[in-house]
Design a protein around this ligand. Structure first.
Ligand code: THG
Length: 370
Protein backbone atom coordinates (compact mmCIF):
# COMPACT_ATOMS: atom_id res chain seq x y z
CA UNK A 1 0.00 0.00 0.00
CA UNK A 2 1.31 3.43 -0.84
CA UNK A 3 1.75 6.15 1.75
CA UNK A 4 1.80 9.91 1.39
CA UNK A 5 4.98 11.93 1.16
CA UNK A 6 4.90 14.70 3.76
CA UNK A 7 5.77 18.04 2.20
CA UNK A 8 7.46 20.60 4.43
CA UNK A 9 10.25 23.11 4.58
CA UNK A 10 12.87 20.72 5.99
CA UNK A 11 13.27 18.86 2.70
CA UNK A 12 14.24 21.18 -0.12
CA UNK A 13 12.24 21.78 -3.28
CA UNK A 14 13.62 21.96 -6.79
CA UNK A 15 13.22 25.19 -8.81
CA UNK A 16 11.12 23.00 -11.15
CA UNK A 17 8.94 21.60 -8.37
CA UNK A 18 5.89 23.79 -8.94
CA UNK A 19 6.05 23.25 -12.71
CA UNK A 20 6.40 19.50 -12.20
CA UNK A 21 3.43 19.51 -9.84
CA UNK A 22 1.34 21.35 -12.40
CA UNK A 23 2.39 18.75 -14.99
CA UNK A 24 0.89 16.01 -12.81
CA UNK A 25 3.68 14.88 -10.50
CA UNK A 26 2.32 11.86 -8.61
CA UNK A 27 5.24 10.35 -6.70
CA UNK A 28 8.51 11.49 -5.22
CA UNK A 29 11.43 10.24 -3.21
CA UNK A 30 14.13 12.13 -1.31
CA UNK A 31 17.67 12.58 -2.69
CA UNK A 32 20.36 15.01 -1.59
CA UNK A 33 17.88 16.42 0.96
CA UNK A 34 15.41 17.36 -1.83
CA UNK A 35 12.19 15.94 -3.20
CA UNK A 36 13.02 13.90 -6.29
CA UNK A 37 10.15 13.27 -8.72
CA UNK A 38 9.75 9.54 -9.41
CA UNK A 39 6.52 9.35 -11.39
CA UNK A 40 3.63 11.11 -13.10
CA UNK A 41 1.14 8.26 -12.70
CA UNK A 42 1.58 6.51 -16.06
CA UNK A 43 4.79 4.42 -16.05
CA UNK A 44 4.08 2.84 -19.46
CA UNK A 45 3.71 6.23 -21.18
CA UNK A 46 6.77 7.61 -19.39
CA UNK A 47 8.86 4.61 -20.54
CA UNK A 48 7.55 4.89 -24.10
CA UNK A 49 8.40 8.60 -24.32
CA UNK A 50 11.96 7.89 -23.21
CA UNK A 51 12.50 4.97 -25.62
CA UNK A 52 10.67 6.35 -28.68
CA UNK A 53 10.18 10.08 -28.16
CA UNK A 54 11.36 12.68 -25.72
CA UNK A 55 10.83 13.34 -22.02
CA UNK A 56 11.76 16.14 -19.63
CA UNK A 57 12.94 15.30 -16.13
CA UNK A 58 13.35 17.48 -13.06
CA UNK A 59 16.73 16.21 -11.84
CA UNK A 60 17.65 19.26 -9.76
CA UNK A 61 18.54 16.73 -7.04
CA UNK A 62 21.77 16.14 -8.98
CA UNK A 63 23.31 18.92 -6.91
CA UNK A 64 26.60 20.50 -7.84
CA UNK A 65 29.55 20.68 -5.49
CA UNK A 66 31.62 23.63 -6.68
CA UNK A 67 35.38 23.64 -6.04
CA UNK A 68 36.51 27.19 -6.66
CA UNK A 69 39.95 28.77 -6.26
CA UNK A 70 43.59 28.22 -7.21
CA UNK A 71 43.54 24.65 -5.81
CA UNK A 72 40.26 23.59 -7.43
CA UNK A 73 41.92 21.12 -9.80
CA UNK A 74 44.33 19.84 -7.17
CA UNK A 75 41.38 19.07 -4.90
CA UNK A 76 39.45 17.39 -7.74
CA UNK A 77 42.49 15.20 -8.46
CA UNK A 78 42.76 14.23 -4.81
CA UNK A 79 39.04 13.41 -4.56
CA UNK A 80 38.76 10.93 -7.42
CA UNK A 81 40.70 7.79 -8.33
CA UNK A 82 40.15 8.69 -11.99
CA UNK A 83 43.20 10.03 -13.76
CA UNK A 84 42.17 13.57 -14.75
CA UNK A 85 45.17 14.12 -16.98
CA UNK A 86 44.01 15.86 -20.16
CA UNK A 87 40.81 17.21 -18.61
CA UNK A 88 39.68 20.29 -20.54
CA UNK A 89 37.15 23.03 -20.01
CA UNK A 90 33.94 21.87 -21.65
CA UNK A 91 34.50 18.14 -21.29
CA UNK A 92 32.82 16.28 -18.45
CA UNK A 93 34.04 13.00 -17.00
CA UNK A 94 32.41 10.27 -14.93
CA UNK A 95 34.56 10.41 -11.78
CA UNK A 96 33.87 8.01 -8.89
CA UNK A 97 34.75 9.12 -5.36
CA UNK A 98 35.97 6.65 -2.73
CA UNK A 99 36.73 6.90 0.98
CA UNK A 100 40.06 5.87 2.50
CA UNK A 101 38.91 2.24 2.66
CA UNK A 102 38.36 2.26 -1.09
CA UNK A 103 34.56 2.11 -0.73
CA UNK A 104 32.50 4.04 -3.24
CA UNK A 105 30.91 7.10 -1.59
CA UNK A 106 29.58 8.82 -4.73
CA UNK A 107 29.77 8.58 -8.52
CA UNK A 108 29.54 12.13 -9.89
CA UNK A 109 29.98 13.60 -13.31
CA UNK A 110 32.87 16.06 -13.08
CA UNK A 111 32.78 19.28 -15.12
CA UNK A 112 35.71 21.65 -15.45
CA UNK A 113 34.02 25.06 -15.68
CA UNK A 114 37.13 27.24 -15.80
CA UNK A 115 40.81 27.16 -14.81
CA UNK A 116 39.80 27.65 -11.20
CA UNK A 117 36.37 26.04 -11.00
CA UNK A 118 35.25 22.43 -11.06
CA UNK A 119 31.74 21.06 -10.45
CA UNK A 120 30.99 17.62 -9.16
CA UNK A 121 27.47 16.73 -10.25
CA UNK A 122 26.77 14.33 -7.44
CA UNK A 123 24.63 11.31 -6.66
CA UNK A 124 22.95 10.99 -3.27
CA UNK A 125 25.59 11.62 -0.56
CA UNK A 126 27.04 14.68 1.18
CA UNK A 127 30.15 15.39 -0.87
CA UNK A 128 30.18 19.08 0.08
CA UNK A 129 31.05 17.96 3.63
CA UNK A 130 33.61 15.39 2.48
CA UNK A 131 35.36 17.70 -0.02
CA UNK A 132 35.24 20.72 2.30
CA UNK A 133 36.76 18.66 5.12
CA UNK A 134 39.57 17.35 2.95
CA UNK A 135 40.30 20.83 1.52
CA UNK A 136 40.50 22.31 5.02
CA UNK A 137 42.62 19.52 6.50
CA UNK A 138 45.07 19.74 3.59
CA UNK A 139 45.27 23.53 3.77
CA UNK A 140 44.13 23.97 0.19
CA UNK A 141 43.26 27.36 -1.27
CA UNK A 142 39.79 26.47 -2.53
CA UNK A 143 36.19 27.14 -1.52
CA UNK A 144 33.76 24.21 -1.52
CA UNK A 145 30.06 25.06 -1.75
CA UNK A 146 26.77 24.22 -3.39
CA UNK A 147 26.06 26.76 -6.14
CA UNK A 148 22.61 27.76 -7.43
CA UNK A 149 22.59 25.15 -10.21
CA UNK A 150 19.76 22.73 -11.02
CA UNK A 151 19.75 20.26 -13.91
CA UNK A 152 16.70 19.65 -16.11
CA UNK A 153 17.19 16.57 -18.30
CA UNK A 154 15.78 16.18 -21.81
CA UNK A 155 16.09 12.53 -22.79
CA UNK A 156 15.10 10.25 -25.63
CA UNK A 157 15.81 9.98 -29.37
CA UNK A 158 13.88 13.17 -30.20
CA UNK A 159 15.75 15.21 -27.57
CA UNK A 160 18.28 16.25 -30.24
CA UNK A 161 15.59 18.00 -32.29
CA UNK A 162 14.02 19.69 -29.27
CA UNK A 163 17.33 20.99 -27.94
CA UNK A 164 18.53 22.05 -31.42
CA UNK A 165 15.31 24.05 -31.87
CA UNK A 166 15.94 25.75 -28.53
CA UNK A 167 19.71 26.29 -28.63
CA UNK A 168 20.90 25.80 -32.19
CA UNK A 169 22.43 23.03 -34.27
CA UNK A 170 25.78 23.26 -32.46
CA UNK A 171 24.33 20.96 -29.80
CA UNK A 172 24.49 18.07 -32.30
CA UNK A 173 28.29 18.32 -32.23
CA UNK A 174 28.63 17.97 -28.45
CA UNK A 175 30.55 14.87 -27.44
CA UNK A 176 29.15 12.64 -24.70
CA UNK A 177 29.49 14.57 -21.38
CA UNK A 178 30.63 17.65 -23.35
CA UNK A 179 29.07 20.97 -22.32
CA UNK A 180 28.93 24.67 -23.05
CA UNK A 181 27.66 27.76 -21.28
CA UNK A 182 24.55 29.19 -22.98
CA UNK A 183 21.85 31.79 -22.34
CA UNK A 184 18.35 30.81 -23.41
CA UNK A 185 16.42 34.09 -23.73
CA UNK A 186 18.58 35.45 -20.92
CA UNK A 187 18.30 32.36 -18.71
CA UNK A 188 21.86 31.34 -17.75
CA UNK A 189 22.67 27.66 -18.02
CA UNK A 190 25.19 25.02 -18.93
CA UNK A 191 24.03 22.76 -21.76
CA UNK A 192 25.52 19.28 -21.54
CA UNK A 193 25.15 16.14 -23.60
CA UNK A 194 24.43 13.80 -20.70
CA UNK A 195 21.75 12.18 -18.62
CA UNK A 196 21.02 9.04 -16.73
CA UNK A 197 19.70 6.94 -19.61
CA UNK A 198 21.13 5.27 -22.68
CA UNK A 199 18.51 6.78 -25.00
CA UNK A 200 20.53 9.92 -25.72
CA UNK A 201 19.88 13.37 -24.40
CA UNK A 202 20.92 16.58 -22.76
CA UNK A 203 20.89 18.34 -19.44
CA UNK A 204 20.22 22.03 -18.93
CA UNK A 205 22.03 23.07 -15.76
CA UNK A 206 19.90 26.07 -14.78
CA UNK A 207 22.06 28.71 -13.06
CA UNK A 208 19.25 30.85 -11.63
CA UNK A 209 16.84 29.02 -9.33
CA UNK A 210 14.27 31.81 -9.62
CA UNK A 211 13.67 30.89 -13.28
CA UNK A 212 12.78 27.20 -13.01
CA UNK A 213 9.17 27.49 -14.15
CA UNK A 214 10.19 29.75 -17.03
CA UNK A 215 12.78 27.24 -18.28
CA UNK A 216 10.39 24.29 -17.79
CA UNK A 217 7.74 26.06 -19.86
CA UNK A 218 10.16 26.91 -22.67
CA UNK A 219 11.24 23.26 -22.93
CA UNK A 220 7.64 22.04 -22.79
CA UNK A 221 6.67 24.46 -25.56
CA UNK A 222 9.64 23.62 -27.83
CA UNK A 223 9.05 19.92 -27.23
CA UNK A 224 5.31 19.98 -27.90
CA UNK A 225 5.65 19.29 -31.66
CA UNK A 226 7.74 16.22 -30.75
CA UNK A 227 5.30 14.96 -28.14
CA UNK A 228 7.41 15.82 -25.12
CA UNK A 229 6.00 14.98 -21.71
CA UNK A 230 7.19 14.83 -18.13
CA UNK A 231 9.19 11.90 -16.86
CA UNK A 232 11.77 10.94 -14.27
CA UNK A 233 14.99 8.97 -14.21
CA UNK A 234 13.43 5.80 -15.54
CA UNK A 235 13.40 2.78 -13.30
CA UNK A 236 12.93 0.15 -16.03
CA UNK A 237 15.29 1.66 -18.61
CA UNK A 238 18.11 2.04 -16.13
CA UNK A 239 17.87 -1.63 -15.18
CA UNK A 240 17.89 -2.62 -18.87
CA UNK A 241 20.91 -0.33 -19.41
CA UNK A 242 22.70 -1.39 -16.22
CA UNK A 243 23.31 2.17 -15.02
CA UNK A 244 24.60 2.27 -11.44
CA UNK A 245 22.31 3.94 -8.91
CA UNK A 246 24.47 4.95 -5.98
CA UNK A 247 22.71 3.99 -2.74
CA UNK A 248 20.20 1.72 -4.45
CA UNK A 249 22.90 -0.63 -5.76
CA UNK A 250 25.75 0.10 -3.38
CA UNK A 251 26.44 -0.54 0.28
CA UNK A 252 29.14 0.48 2.78
CA UNK A 253 31.59 -2.04 1.30
CA UNK A 254 31.03 -1.40 -2.40
CA UNK A 255 34.15 -0.72 -4.41
CA UNK A 256 34.36 0.60 -7.98
CA UNK A 257 35.89 -2.59 -9.39
CA UNK A 258 32.71 -4.48 -8.50
CA UNK A 259 30.66 -2.13 -10.72
CA UNK A 260 32.85 -2.27 -13.81
CA UNK A 261 34.23 1.16 -12.94
CA UNK A 262 37.79 -0.13 -12.76
CA UNK A 263 38.57 1.81 -15.94
CA UNK A 264 38.00 4.99 -13.93
CA UNK A 265 40.41 3.95 -11.16
CA UNK A 266 44.10 4.58 -11.85
CA UNK A 267 46.06 3.31 -8.85
CA UNK A 268 49.32 3.51 -10.82
CA UNK A 269 49.21 7.26 -11.48
CA UNK A 270 51.69 9.47 -9.65
CA UNK A 271 48.92 11.68 -8.26
CA UNK A 272 47.87 10.79 -4.71
CA UNK A 273 44.16 10.48 -4.01
CA UNK A 274 41.84 9.42 -1.18
CA UNK A 275 41.71 5.64 -1.01
CA UNK A 276 44.71 4.98 -3.25
CA UNK A 277 46.44 2.39 -1.04
CA UNK A 278 43.18 0.59 -0.28
CA UNK A 279 42.14 0.52 -3.94
CA UNK A 280 45.51 -0.85 -4.98
CA UNK A 281 45.09 -3.68 -2.47
CA UNK A 282 41.54 -4.32 -3.67
CA UNK A 283 42.67 -4.42 -7.28
CA UNK A 284 45.48 -6.86 -6.45
CA UNK A 285 43.21 -9.14 -4.41
CA UNK A 286 40.42 -9.14 -7.02
CA UNK A 287 36.71 -8.83 -6.36
CA UNK A 288 34.42 -11.41 -4.76
CA UNK A 289 31.18 -10.08 -6.26
CA UNK A 290 30.15 -8.17 -9.37
CA UNK A 291 27.27 -5.98 -10.57
CA UNK A 292 25.37 -8.19 -13.02
CA UNK A 293 22.08 -8.55 -14.81
CA UNK A 294 19.46 -11.20 -14.07
CA UNK A 295 16.71 -12.69 -16.23
CA UNK A 296 14.06 -13.84 -13.79
CA UNK A 297 11.25 -16.28 -14.54
CA UNK A 298 7.62 -15.87 -13.51
CA UNK A 299 4.67 -13.57 -14.02
CA UNK A 300 5.59 -10.00 -15.06
CA UNK A 301 6.53 -7.88 -12.03
CA UNK A 302 4.48 -4.77 -11.40
CA UNK A 303 6.06 -1.74 -9.78
CA UNK A 304 9.36 -1.78 -7.94
CA UNK A 305 10.84 -3.96 -5.20
CA UNK A 306 10.72 -2.32 -1.79
CA UNK A 307 13.59 -4.35 -0.39
CA UNK A 308 16.65 -6.06 -1.77
CA UNK A 309 15.91 -9.68 -2.67
CA UNK A 310 18.52 -12.19 -1.54
CA UNK A 311 20.02 -14.62 -4.04
CA UNK A 312 21.33 -18.11 -3.51
CA UNK A 313 22.85 -20.90 -5.54
CA UNK A 314 20.79 -24.07 -6.00
CA UNK A 315 22.70 -25.74 -3.13
CA UNK A 316 21.67 -22.93 -0.77
CA UNK A 317 24.93 -20.98 -0.65
CA UNK A 318 24.37 -17.20 -0.46
CA UNK A 319 24.97 -15.53 -3.83
CA UNK A 320 24.30 -11.82 -3.19
CA UNK A 321 21.23 -9.67 -3.70
CA UNK A 322 19.05 -8.13 -6.40
CA UNK A 323 19.11 -4.32 -6.14
CA UNK A 324 16.35 -3.33 -8.57
CA UNK A 325 13.91 -5.62 -10.33
CA UNK A 326 11.52 -4.79 -13.16
CA UNK A 327 9.50 -6.22 -16.00
CA UNK A 328 11.17 -5.17 -19.27
CA UNK A 329 8.79 -4.82 -22.22
CA UNK A 330 11.74 -4.85 -24.63
CA UNK A 331 13.30 -8.04 -23.25
CA UNK A 332 9.83 -9.47 -22.58
CA UNK A 333 11.08 -10.82 -19.27
CA UNK A 334 11.54 -9.88 -15.66
CA UNK A 335 15.03 -8.48 -15.20
CA UNK A 336 17.22 -7.08 -12.43
CA UNK A 337 20.51 -5.52 -11.61
CA UNK A 338 22.18 -7.44 -8.82
CA UNK A 339 25.33 -7.88 -6.79
CA UNK A 340 26.33 -11.48 -7.46
CA UNK A 341 29.12 -13.52 -5.88
CA UNK A 342 31.89 -14.41 -8.32
CA UNK A 343 31.43 -17.97 -7.09
CA UNK A 344 27.88 -18.02 -8.46
CA UNK A 345 28.92 -16.27 -11.67
CA UNK A 346 31.74 -18.76 -12.26
CA UNK A 347 29.44 -21.73 -11.57
CA UNK A 348 27.43 -20.60 -14.61
CA UNK A 349 24.23 -22.21 -13.31
CA UNK A 350 20.77 -20.72 -12.69
CA UNK A 351 20.31 -19.20 -9.24
CA UNK A 352 17.35 -18.64 -6.93
CA UNK A 353 15.87 -15.18 -6.25
CA UNK A 354 14.08 -14.96 -2.92
CA UNK A 355 11.43 -12.51 -4.12
CA UNK A 356 8.84 -11.05 -1.76
CA UNK A 357 6.20 -13.24 -3.42
CA UNK A 358 8.26 -16.46 -3.26
CA UNK A 359 11.32 -18.08 -4.81
CA UNK A 360 12.01 -17.64 -8.54
CA UNK A 361 14.70 -19.06 -10.80
CA UNK A 362 17.04 -16.64 -12.60
CA UNK A 363 19.86 -16.67 -15.10
CA UNK A 364 22.90 -14.40 -14.63
CA UNK A 365 23.79 -12.20 -17.63
CA UNK A 366 26.30 -9.45 -18.34
CA UNK A 367 25.27 -5.77 -18.22
CA UNK A 368 23.85 -3.95 -20.03
CA UNK A 369 20.91 -6.30 -20.50
CA UNK A 370 20.00 -4.25 -23.62
N1 THG B 1 23.37 13.75 -14.44
C1 THG B 1 24.03 14.64 -13.72
N2 THG B 1 24.62 14.33 -12.57
C2 THG B 1 24.52 13.08 -12.11
C3 THG B 1 23.85 12.10 -12.82
C4 THG B 1 23.26 12.47 -14.02
N3 THG B 1 25.11 12.75 -10.94
C5 THG B 1 24.88 11.48 -10.32
C6 THG B 1 24.68 10.39 -11.29
N4 THG B 1 23.77 10.80 -12.34
C7 THG B 1 25.99 10.07 -11.92
N5 THG B 1 26.02 8.75 -12.41
C8 THG B 1 26.02 8.45 -13.75
C9 THG B 1 26.23 7.15 -14.09
C10 THG B 1 26.31 6.79 -15.41
C11 THG B 1 26.13 7.74 -16.39
C12 THG B 1 25.87 9.03 -16.05
C13 THG B 1 25.84 9.39 -14.72
C14 THG B 1 26.23 7.38 -17.81
N6 THG B 1 27.04 6.39 -18.14
C15 THG B 1 27.22 5.96 -19.50
C16 THG B 1 27.33 4.46 -19.52
O1 THG B 1 27.43 3.85 -18.47
O2 THG B 1 27.26 3.92 -20.62
C17 THG B 1 28.45 6.58 -20.13
C18 THG B 1 29.69 6.53 -19.29
C19 THG B 1 30.90 7.09 -20.04
O3 THG B 1 30.91 7.04 -21.27
O4 THG B 1 31.85 7.54 -19.38
O5 THG B 1 25.61 7.97 -18.65
O6 THG B 1 22.61 11.65 -14.72
N7 THG B 1 24.11 15.89 -14.16
Amino acid sequence: MSITLSLGPRVRKSPFFEAARKAGLAAASVYNHMYMPTGYGDPAAEYDRLINGVAMWDVAVERQVALKGPDALALARYLTPRNLHGLTIGQGKYAPICNYEGALINDPVLLQISDEEVWLSIADSDITLWAGGIAGARGMDVRVFEPDVSPLAIQGPKSFDVVADLCGDWIRELRYFGFRQFELDGIPMVVARSGWSKQGGFEFYLQDGSRGTELWNKVAEAGAPYGIGPGTPNYVERVESGLVSYGADTDDMSNPFEYGLGKFVDVDQEQDFAGKAALRAIRDAGVTRRFMGLLIEGEPFTGTNENRWLLSQKDGRAAGYACATAYSPRVASNIAVAMVSTEAIDAGAPIVVHADGGDLEARIVELPII
